[in-house]
Design a protein around this ligand. Structure first.
Ligand code: HEM
Length: 762
């Protein structure tokens, strides 16, 4: 109780100041160029530089000047150019430093974005399972750094590709760094780490032409997948909307591998780690994702930054799934097989804490590029299992950091622990630390020796091991389709329809019939109807009957619709308000105020950036209202919802603009919430042209009509706005409340299910 109160005080302090033990540690290495003001630029060896723009050259000048300024290298008349001098150490240093700015990008997960935050547990309930204070001491605020990433593309790839997203968290605990190097999908492609180079080579751009970038839609990936049935389950997740998240902030995170926890009585438990986003799990639509790849390739990176800088701090609940050691063999799947999840109806997730990201990085390279995670970074009370994928990962991460960052990678500021680090490891490139004393153990001074378990030293769990050394996989590792079927059966109809489209898109990008025919054959082992539909779409092998009939088994908390936030929210949602000269300013002001109260952001999109003139103001002369972007500068894809206010002239100008009509149709096609008022409703009716969508008919009434996620009213005067206390639930009277309720649902999929979106061109 007492420790929870201490935790709450520490959290309040962190929230207020952004301070954590890690922030203080990084401050030692942070140079703020403006604070305090500096005298000026120096070389790397600290000498002030007087000229940063001119390389020292031998300057040919008129003989008069040579006589006058004998032996000066440069003269003032500016005639003629001579050879540059290698002796210019300042120019040489500048160029040489630049030549070596790049380091190898990560072999996978090269593109990413990161942020700082903190982690806390609610109480000590996890002490049943572990003695790790980070998981049991509620008085602690543990600093964290998270890096989100895509897997396939290089560093310059786009954010919204179809791919698994990395979700790697470094906990700077008082007992050392603990890393959960997870993904936003709970399972993996392969069971054994030895196959990792194969799956990565297959999915990466093909070796002969380095195509495609940021895509799995190519022959080599689907060839490998068809020949490696253990990938079937993961591929169903990758083909689902989980692989095109709306935001990093709206993704689940999973440790994927099975780890272990040990409690103070020495009892061991198998564990899986979970992150559950406060805002729910939401995705883009495929058409939207494809367009954003070109329109704003940094969409997710910017979204993370925008949320933190506007105070909508991303938050995840932290949960654990626990299986006591003696129940290891109680399941029909092997709990150490990373291609299988532990269904939550069999092993519930216990929520024990949360993480908040509240600070953006100051310099991308030093923090996001140089952060280096390692599955083998665990702290006392947390251990590994015999999961064969995890065992390989534990070797691979440390090893790959040596290529990328050098052997002393753990000394780099973003990676170094906040607790003391002291050992006899020495030397190597870029060693920072200067250690006085001997560098071996045992030594006559008894310096830096081992620490007993009682005093906090890490000890391995005394696991009994017996067997025959051979290259085999366990019997339960041989079954590959039951959980792929379970996933297919457990998602909603709309998610299933998107699965069919995704498989069809990907396989239709494979031009080798051996590949798409083989994969459509493999799909018969997942679901007959799925296989048939995809095969018809892509010209594959249309099946006669199922190979492994799908018995229809399901699990809970597979569909992303099962992760709705506790209270409906519009926090951090981006709303575009489309205007032309002559729009109704009172409506816009009232709506913006209310939507801001719900922590959404609103953006005025006008015919030009800068002043747009509301009704009653003369264009170019009157008092304008500032637009954030012009119609061509942004697209509906970059927003969660769209509003068209009233105003006769403005509505006519929108109707006369093909781009504005497209804005509305595209938002409708992507099932986004659309709001319109007054003459804006007339424009909307013309733009969408679907009689089945009911719109407000009486322009003199403030009655709200809500139909297929389209919210309209004839009027929204000050009286209606005053009565519209933002309340996000169904059946409210006010326009903004209704709009916010629809928006909190993320999208209106009924439009797609009932075929309305297929009737609109966008
Ligand atoms: C459960 C399956 C796996 C998951 C969830 C996973 C997750 C991740 C994540 C999130 C990153 C990016 C880390 C960052 O943001 O810096 C990463 C990088 C990497 N992973 Fe994995 N991975 C998995 C399997 C493997 C396997 C089996 C291997 C090798 C045997 C491997 C090797 C690597 C390597 C070499 C990197 C690049 C690390 C760096 O340069 O910083 N991964 N992985």
């Amino acid at each position: 109780m007492m420790s929870s109160a201490i935790g709450a005080i520490k959290e309040a302090y962190t929230t207020l100041t952004g301070e954590t033990a890690k922030a203080a540690d990084l401050a030692k290495d942070t140079v703020d160029l403006g604070n305090p003001p500096r005298k000026g630029i120096t070389t790397d060896h600290g000498v002030y530089v007087s000229d940063t723009d001119n390389w020292c050259v031998v300057h040919y000048v008129n003989p008069f000047y040579i006589r006058m300024y004998a032996l000066r290298l440069k003269a003032a008349d500016g005639n003629g150019t001579g050879p540059s001098l290698v002796e210019d150490q300042i120019a040489r240093e500048k160029i040489m430093r630049f030549d070596h700015e790049r380091i190898p990008e990560r072999v996978v997960h090269a593109r990413g974005a990161g942020a700082h935050g903190y982690f806390k547990v609610y109480d000590n309930r996890a002490s049943k399972y572990t003695y790790a204070p980070v998981l049991t001491d509620p008085s602690r605020i543990t600093p964290t750094f998270v890096r989100f990433s895509t897997v396939q593309s290089s560093r310059g790839g786009a954010d919204t590709v179809r791919d698994v997203r990395g979700f790697a968290t470094k906990f700077y605990t008082e007992e050392g760094n603990w890393d959960i190097v997870g993904n936003n999908i709970p399972v993996f492609f392969i069971q054994d780490a030895i196959k990792f180079p194969d799956v990565v080579h297959a999915v990466k751009p093909e070796p002969h032409n380095e195509v495609p970038q940021g895509q799995s839609a190519h022959n080599n990936f689907w060839d490998f997948a068809a020949l490696t049935p253990e990938t079937a389950h993961m591929v169903t997740w990758i083909m689902s909307d989980r692989a095109i998240p709306r935001s990093f902030r709206m993704m689940q995170g999973f440790g994927v591998n099975t780890f272990t926890l040990v409690n103070s009585q020495g009892k061991r438990f198998f564990v899986k780690f979970h992150w559950i986003p406060e805002l729910g799990v939401h995705s883009l639509l495929w058409d939207e994702a494809l367009k954003i790849n070109g329109q704003d390739p940094d969409f997710h990176r910017k979204d993370l930054e925008e949320a933190i800088t506007t105070g909508a701090y991303p938050k995840w609940l932290f949960g654990i799934q626990i299986i006591p050691e003696e129940k290891e063999n109680d399941f029909e799947f092997d709990i150490l097989d990373a291609t299988k999840l532990w269904p939550e109806n069999l092993v519930p997730v216990e929520i024990i804490g949360e993480m908040v990201l509240n600070r953006t990085v100051s310099e991308f390279f030093s923090e996001v590029e140089q952060v280096a995670f390692c599955t083998s970074n665990v702290v006392p009370g947390i251990g590994f299992s015999d999961d064969p994928l995890l065992q390989g990962r534990n070797f691979s991460y440390f090893d790959t950091q040596i290529t990328r960052l050098g052997v002393n990678w753990q000394e780099i500021p973003i990676n170094r622990p906040v607790c003391p680090v002291l050992n006899h490891h020495r030397d190597g490139q870029k060693r920072h630390k200067i250690t006085k004393g001997v560098n071996y153990w045992p030594n006559r001074f008894e310096q830096t020796g081992p620490v007993s378990a009682k005093e906090g030293g890490y000890v391995e769990y005394p696991q009994k091991v017996a067997g025959v050394k051979q290259r085999v996989r366990g019997a339960k590792f041989q079954e590959h389709f039951k959980q792929a079927q379970m996933f297919f059966n457990s998602v909603s109809d709309i998610e299933r329809a998107h699965l069919v489209s995704a498989y069809s898109f990907e396989l239709s990008h494979c031009d080798d019939p051996i590949v798409y025919e083989s994969y459509t054959k493999l799909l018969q082992s997942v679901d007959f109807d799925l296989a048939k539909q995809v095969a018809i779409n892509v010209g594959g092998a249309v099946p006669e009957k199922a190979i492994h009939p799908n018995p229809g088994h399901k699990a809970t908390r597979i569909s992303q619709f099962e992760f709705a936030p506790k209270e409906p929210t519009i926090k951090s949602r981006r709303i575009a308000i489309l205007v032309a000269d002559g729009f109704n300013l009172d409506e816009v002001m009232a709506m913006r105020t209310l939507l801001k109260a719900g922590s959404a952001t609103t953006w005025i999109i006008g015919p030009r950036r800068g002043p747009v003139y509301p009704a009653g103001e003369e264009v170019g002369k009157g008092i304008g209202y500032s637009a954030d972007h012009h119609w061509e500068g942004q697209r509906s894809t970059l927003f969660d919802a769209l509003i068209i206010p009233g105003g006769a002239k403005h509505a006519q100008a929108l109707a006369d603009s093909g781009r504005c009509v497209h804005w509305v149709r595209e938002a409708f096609g992507h099932c986004k919430t659309i709001g319109a008022l007054g003459e804006g409703v007339v424009f909307l009716r013309e733009a969408v042209k679907l009689p089945s969508v009911r719109l407000a008919a009486d322009l003199n009434s403030d009655d709200v009509t809500s139909s297929y996620g389209v919210v309209t009213a004839g009027q929204y005067d000050l009286g209606s706005a005053a009565a519209d206390i933002l309340s996000i639930k169904e059946g409210q009277k006010g326009f903004v409340s209704n709009f916010a309720h629809e928006l909190s649902q993320h999208r209106c999929f009924r439009r797609e299910i009932e075929g309305l979106t297929a009737k609109v061109s966008y």
